[in-house]
Design a protein around this ligand. Structure first.
Ligand SMILES: CC(C)(COP(=O)(O)OP(=O)(O)OC[C@H]1O[C@@H](n2cnc3c(N)ncnc32)[C@H](O)[C@@H]1OP(=O)(O)O)[C@@H](O)C(=O)NCCC(=O)NCCS
Length: 167
């Protein structure tokens, strides 16, 4: 399949009271959902197929996001395998009155492209051209390797737990 460049996908949200925890700051799970959705659009546009979230890496929330803030989410495919992609997602919060902008989090999401029957499907290769793209690619390679290691260990643990239960 022909190699192609990936593009940044951008989304904006306003934080409403029902997005917040009892302290008036945005609920982490709500922000993760916004990130996952924007990443899904980046992945499916790149793959030109449906794409599902296979896993995510750990996420650090650097700044609380307040009710009324604007949230900018930027997502881009930074690594590809045969059927899988790593999408980098950056989130910034902007105060609409002071215009102060802060970096809230950056995290990587692993996606897998699917065919019409829901099976993993091949995707285009990724063109990595700039220095920033090379750096992102190297980080994503680590993210991907760690995700597969973690999955393997979880599945092994679950298998041995089931074998013990079945005895
Ligand atoms: C993700 C999913 C499609 C993988 O299917 P699978 O049959 O186990 O996949 P395979 O082992 O054949 O691997 C296919 C690709 O997925 C990648 N992959 C599988 N699990 C992964 C994980 N946890 N993290 C990152 N990549 C993963 C593999 O590395 C492989 O990539 P490659 O083709 O680029 O080498 C499948 O587990 C699934 O459908 N999960 C549910 C997804 C979903 O519903 N997400 C929404 C949240 S509930």
């Amino acid at each position: 399949m022909k190699a192609k460049r990936s593009e940044w996908i951008e989304s904006w949200e306003i934080v409403f009271p029902n997005d917040a925890n009892p302290h008036g700051t945005m609920f982490g799970g709500r922000l993760m959902a916004v990130m996952d959705k924007t990443a899904a659009i980046a992945a499916s546009k790149f793959a030109e197929k449906l794409a599902v979230t296979a896993s995510t890496e750990a996420m650090d929330f650097m700044h609380p996001v307040k009710v009324g803030d604007r949230i900018q989410t930027l997502a881009k495919v930074v690594w590809v395998g045969r059927t899988s992609m790593v999408v980098k997602v950056d989130v910034y919060a902007e105060n609409p009155l002071t215009h102060k902008r802060v970096h809230c989090t950056t995290a990587h999401f692993n996606f897998v492209a699917l065919d019409q029957e829901g099976r993993p499907a091949t995707i285009p290769e990724l063109l990595v051209e700039t220095e920033e793209e090379r750096r992102d690619f190297e980080i994503a390679e680590i993210v991907k390797r760690k995700a597969l290691e973690r999955k393997r260990k979880i599945l092994e643990t679950e298998k041995s737990r089931q074998e013990t239960t079945d005895e």
